[in-house]
Design a protein around this ligand. Structure first.
Ligand code: SIN
Length: 481
């Protein structure tokens, strides 16, 4: 492991760096090399309860700080992340395989949620409601929800934490973060920077474990946790929702996607190819908003497939720490197997490989384009979460919308067209929480991120993000003469 001042291998609970009660640890592996890069403390339910107790004990004092005081702590944390940008990015690339350029981008993206919500903290306005009676006055205030838990994924080791804890900390909640076992090091590194920023003990806690289901169960069932925000797969989201039912825990679930990318005959084809590359191959196809299905109109189908395949062939695959590499490895063997299964299934059902179509060494897979894709293929229904782009054909706008909406998911969608009326029609008809129109990269801290249908519920980032970490309280002042 190279020198990195941010490496921490113990969990951060109540302002202390602590080992698991059992003394156990688990290994963190670099997916690009297969080498173990660290051993991290492996906590269980009892350890998790201790972290929740600490967050619960710290809540009243933190809740009572002013928004300006919280904003100041958050601003210091934000600055520290940017000061340590290079080290955070290298750590991220080593544990999740993301190429360095993207990891650097993720530090900016992740830190931006802390900056944004530090500002929003001061704007959690309530209301004065015109009264229904002469002797009463009606006021609405917003208050912190209480202890908030965040269960986060490996594909954005930093940004998915900050997108959740940003609004929580701004609102006056204390937090317990549970990062995935694949990428605990970035999570611990930012916990270390939170400590440096001066958050009081118990306000910010991070627990690491190889047993996600046990920790998830504790976070769902513990009555001291009032809010749980999860980013991950739809099946796991459903389990967490079921486990949260007995305590009626407030939930935000940012789950899987099956993003369509529609290219109409009037699109700027060069721009569409660029947008598809950006969206499909970001983090090697391992984001919830990556294109999963490319739908192209008859008239431009062959031209698009040819240009897109050429652009895909030019992508450089390798260890993300090496210069100019654009596509890294899959996160693990399971991820690689899924990609192989989807490609084999598509070929067996008539897909034509115009680029790639085969695994490389280790966890690497050659970026792939599959022409003549059809809705009977596995890849049409399930998120491939890898560097494979199936290209479907359609004839009319109605058919494109029907194909695009023919999925249980509703997270991100994209389309390219130069016709303004069509842009409005299609954008309104797509059953998705987010629509990119002539744009393949739409994530930003200033806009609401979230989905419909089985992609979950809740919105992160933007002016809407705070609401999910606050309670609305109505106060009726009577006896006013
Ligand atoms: C995700 O894959 O869940 C997040 C993607 C993003 O924030 O752009």
């Amino acid at each position: 492991m190279e020198q990195n001042s941010l490496i921490r291998t113990e969990a951060y609970v109540n302002g202390q760096w602590v080992k698991a009660g059992s003394g156990k640890t688990f290994a963190v592996t670099n997916p690009a090399t297969g080498k173990v890069i660290a051993s991290v403390t492996d906590m269980d339910r009892a350890d998790t309860r201790r972290a929740i107790d600490a967050a619960h004990a710290a809540w009243p004092a933190y809740r009572d700080t002013t928004a300006k005081e919280r904003a100041s702590l958050m601003r210091t944390w934000f600055n520290l992340m940017l000061e340590h940008k290079e080290e955070l990015a290298r750590l991220m690339t080593m544990e999740c395989g993301k190429v360095l350029q993207e990891s650097l981008g993720e530090v900016d993206y992740g830190a931006s949620f802390i900056e944004w919500f530090a500002e929003e903290a001061k704007r959690t306005y309530g209301d004065v409601i015109p009264s229904y009676s002469r002797d009463r006055r009606l006021v609405v205030i917003k208050q912190s929800v209480g202890v908030a838990a965040a269960i986060t994924p490996w594909n954005f080791p930093l940004a998915m934490i900050t997108r959740k804890v940003g609004p929580a900390l701004a609102a006056g909640s204390t937090v317990v973060v549970k990062p995935p076992s694949e990428t605990p090091l970035t999570a611990l590194a930012i916990a270390y920077l939170a400590e440096k920023a001066g958050f009081p003990p118990g306000v910010y806690n991070t627990i690491t474990s190889s047993n996600s289901s046990d920790i998830g169960k504790e976070l769902c069932e513990n009555t001291k946790v009032r809010k749980l925000s999860f980013t991950g797969s739809t099946p796991v989201g459903k389990i967490l929702m079921e486990q949260s039912a007995p305590t009626l825990k407030k939930l935000s679930l940012e789950l899987g996607g099956n993003a369509p990318f529609i290219v109409f005959e009037d699109a700027d084809i060069e721009a569409a190819v660029k947008g598809a590359i950006l969206s499909k191959f970001r983090n090697n196809g391992q984001t919830c908003v990556c294109v999963n299905r490319v739908l192209v109109q008859d008239q431009v189908y062959d031209e698009f497939v040819e240009k897109f395949s050429e652009a895909v062939a030019a992508l450089k695959v390798g260890n993300g720490l090496e210069k100019d590499v654009q596509v890294g490895p899959l996160i693990n063997e399971k991820g690689l197997e899924k990609v192989k299964e989807h490609v084999e299934d598509a070929i067996a059902k008539g897909a034509r490989v115009t680029e790639g179509g085969k695994p490389l060494d280790g966890l690497f897979y050659k970026p792939t384009v599959l022409a003549d894709a059809n809705p009977g293929m596995l890849i049409s229904r399930e998120e491939v979460f890898g560097p494979v782009a199936p290209v479907f054909r359609f004839s009319t706008e109605e058919e494109a919308i029907q194909l695009a909406n023919d999925t249980a998911y509703g997270l991100a969608s994209y389309f390219y067209s130069k016709d303004v009326a069509r842009c409005w029609r299609v954008a309104e008809a797509l059953e998705y929480g987010m629509v990119g129109i002539n744009e393949g990269m739409i994530s930003t801290e200033v806009a609401p991120f979230g989905g419909m249908k089985e992609s979950g519920f809740g919105r992160e980032g933007s002016k809407y993000g705070m609401d999910y970490f606050m309670e609305i309280k109505y106060m009726c002042f009577g006896g006013i003469k």
